[in-house]
Design a protein around this ligand. Structure first.
Ligand code: UDX
Ligand code: ADP
Length: 480
C-alpha cells in the first residue's frame, strides 16, 4: 500500500488529500498539522473549513484510508510520498518585505522531513512557492539526508475556494514538475500514477521543476489580470453610460478571450492572487526586470483602486457624510460558498467606511464574528511601503456589530453594501427590507447580483458596479 503523508491540514491540504483518499482506496493518506485544534476539528463533526461537498468525501474515507493526526514525525517517517502544504504568506519584514514569500513554515517542514526520514521519499511541493524554492528545499534535504534519497516534485494546486471538490474531481489539468534525471522521472511517474486513478492521462502535464512552479504564479496572475481589466473598464462604463456586463458579454464571445472570469466586482480577494502576483513582482525585480515587475504591479493597483472607488462612491452618494449612519454589510468572505476571508475586499471596504465613522452591521452566512473582528482590527501590510506598517489599524469595536441574518443587518440601515455574491442575497425580500429602512434607502451592489430595475421600482437608490448610474445618485464633489 502506497503511504502518503501531507504536512498542513489547511484549505489546500485538507480537501486535496480527502479527494486522493476517496479516489484511491488502495492508498493510505495521513494529513498532519502542528495545530492540534485543527486536527481535532478534522476528526470531528464540524470540519475546520467550509467547502461544498467536502464533508461527504471526508466522511466516506475517514478512519478507512484517510486519517488526520498531530503526530507529525511518526507519519512523515512512514510515508513514501510527502506533500508539503503549509502556509506561505507574504513576508512582513526584512529583505523582500511586502512581496517575497515567507518560507519559514516550508523550511521547518523540510528540516523535519530530513530529520525523521529513514527511507527514500518523494517530497511534493503543494503550496504556492516562488520559482526555485524546490531547489532550496532540495538543498536542505540533501545536506541533511544521511544518505537517504529525496526526490522533489512541484505539483501546484489549481483548486478555487468554494468549488474545491469539483475542481479536484474534474481538474482542467494536473501539473507535475520534476528533475529530468532517471530518479526524477521515476518520482514523476509515481505521482502521476496516483492522479491517474481518476484524471485522464492527457490532462496530466509533466514539466521541469521551474516550469511547474512558474506556471502556478503565471496562471493566477493571468486570472487576476482579467478581473483588473474588467474592473478598470467598469470605471469607464460608469463615466460614459456603458454597461460593464454588456461589454463583458460582447468581449467574452470572442473565442480567443472566452466568457469566464469577466465579472466586474468590488475587487478580487483570496489567499492566492495578490500573494502570487507580489511573488512574481519580486522575482522579476530580483532578475533585473523592473518593466515586467511594474506591469504586474498594476494588476494589484487597479484592484486596490476598485475597492477605494467603491468606498468613495458610498460616501459621496450619501452627501459626503456617513458618520454615525448604520450601513449593512452583506457578505464578508472573499467569494460565495466559502468562509475564507483572506484578502477579502470586505476588509478594505469596511475599514474605509469605518474611517468615515459609519456604524457597520455585518452579516455573512459562513464567517464567524471572531474572524470578522480579528480581520478588521489587524494591522494591514502596505505592500508598496512595507516599512510603514499600515496606518489603518482599526480599534473601535463599538462601531461594528456582527449579526446572524440579513434582515437584522439591514433593519434601520441607511445603506446596504453587498460585498459577497452569496446566493441567498439574490432572494431576499427587498420590499420588507426597504420598509424597515429610512429614506433615501441605498443599495451599493459590489457583486452585480441584484435586479436593479426591480429595486428601483421599490424605491431604492441603487448603485451597481460598472452600470449606468442611478439618476437619483448624487455625486458630491469630494471634500478636499
Ligand atoms: C484562485 C485560482 O482560481 C485557483 O486556480 C488557485 O488555485 C487559487 O487562487 P480562489 O482565489 O480560491 O482561486 O478563487 P477564484 O474563484 O479564483 O476567485 C478569486 C477572487 O476573484 C474572488 O474574490 C472572486 O470573487 C473574484 N472574481 C472572480 C471576480 O471578481 N470576478 C470574476 O469574474 C471572477
Ligand atoms: P493553504 O490555504 O495554503 O492550505 P492554510 O493556512 O489553510 O494554507 O493551511 C496551512 C496549514 O499548515 C495550517 O493548518 C498550519 O497549521 C500548517 N502548518 C504550517 N507549518 C507547519 C509545519 N511545520 N508542520 C505542520 N503543519 C504546519
Amino acid at each position: 500500500m502506497v503511504k502518503i503523508c501531507c504536512i498542513g491540514a489547511g484549505y489546500v491540504g485538507g480537501p486535496t488529500m480527502a479527494v486522493i483518499a476517496y479516489k484511491c482506496p488502495s492508498v493510505e493518506v495521513v494529513v498532519v498539522d502542528i495545530s492540534k485544534p485543527r486536527i481535532n476539528a478534522w476528526n470531528s463533526e464540524q470540519l475546520p473549513i467550509y467547502e461544498p461537498g467536502l464533508e461527504d468525501v471526508v466522511k466516506k474515507c475517514r478512519g478507512k484510508n484517510l486519517f488526520f493526526s498531530a503526530e507529525i514525525e511518526k507519519h512523515v517517517a512512514k510515508a513514501d510520498i510527502i506533500f508539503v502544504s503549509v502556509n506561505t504568506p507574504t513576508k512582513t519584514q526584512g529583505l523582500g518585505a511586502g512581496k517575497a514569500a515567507d518560507l519559514t513554515y516550508w523550511e521547518t517542514a523540510a528540516r523535519l522531513i530530513a530529520d525523521v526520514s529513514k527511507s527514500a521519499k518523494i517530497v511534493v511541493e503543494k503550496s504556492t512557492v516562488p520559482v526555485k524554492t524546490a531547489e532550496a528545499i532540495e538543498k536542505i534535504l540533501t545536506h541533511n539526508s544521511k544518505g537517504i534519497s529525496f526526490q522533489i516534485l512541484s505539483n501546484p494546486e489549481f483548486l478555487a475556494g468554494g468549488t474545491a471538490i469539483n475542481d479536484l474531481f474534474n481538474p482542467d489539468r494536473v501539473l507535475i514538475g520534476g528533475r529530468e534525471t532517471p530518479d526524477g522521472m521515476k518520482a514523476v511517474k509515481a505521482l502521476k500514477d496516483i492522479y491517474a486513478h481518476w484524471v485522464p492521462e492527457e490532462r496530466i502535464i509533466c514539466t521541469n521543476l521551474w516550469s511547474a512552479e512558474l506556471s502556478k504564479l503565471a496562471a493566477n496572475a493571468f486570472l487576476a489580470q482579467r478581473i483588473s481589466s474588467v474592473n478598470a473598464m467598469s470605471a469607464l462604463c460608469e463615466a460614459t453610460g456603458a454597461d460593464v456586463s454588456e461589454v463583458s458579454n460582447a468581449v467574452g464571445k470572442d473565442t480567443r478571450i472566452g466568457p469566464k472570469f469577466l465579472n466586474s466586482s468590488v475587487g478580487f480577494g483570496g489567499s492566492c492572487f495578490q500573494k502570487d502576483i507580489l511573488n512574481l513582482v519580486y522575482i522579476c525585480e530580483c532578475n533585473g526586470l523592473p518593466q515586467v515587475a511594474n506591469y504586474w504591479k498594476q494588476v494589484i493597483k487597479v484592484n486596490d483602486y476598485q475597492k477605494t472607488r467603491f468606498v468613495n462612491r458610498v460616501v459621496s452618494s450619501m452627501f459626503n457624510t456617513i458618520a454615525n449612519k448604520k450601513i449593512a454589510i452583506l457578505g464578508f468572505s472573499f467569494k460565495k460558498d466559502t468562509g475564507d476571508t483572506r484578502e477579502t475586499p470586505a476588509i478594505d471596504v469596511c475599514r474605509g467606511l469605518l474611517r468615515d465613522e459609519a456604524q457597520l452591521s455585518i452579516y455573512d452566512p459562513q464567517v464567524p464574528e471572531r474572524q470578522i473582528r480579528d480581520d478588521l482590527s489587524m494591522r494591514k501590510l502596505d505592500w508598496e511601503h512595507p516599512g510603514h506598517a499600515s496606518s489603518v489599524s482599526f480599534s473601535a469595536p463599538e462601531q461594528i456589530s456582527v449579526v446572524t441574518d440579513a434582515y437584522q443587518a439591514t433593519e434601520g440601515a441607511h445603506a446596504i453594501c453587498i460585498l459577497t455574491e452569496w446566493d441567498e442575497f439574490r432572494f431576499l425580500d427587498f420590499q420588507r427590507i426597504y420598509d424597515s429602512m429610512p429614506n433615501p434607502a441605498y443599495i451599493f451592489d459590489g457583486r452585480n447580483i441584484v435586479d436593479v430595475e426591480k429595486l428601483r421600482k421599490i424605491g431604492f437608490i441603487v448603485y451597481s458596479i460598472g452600470k449606468p448610474l442611478d439618476p437619483w445618485l448624487v455625486d458630491m464633489p469630494a471634500v478636499v
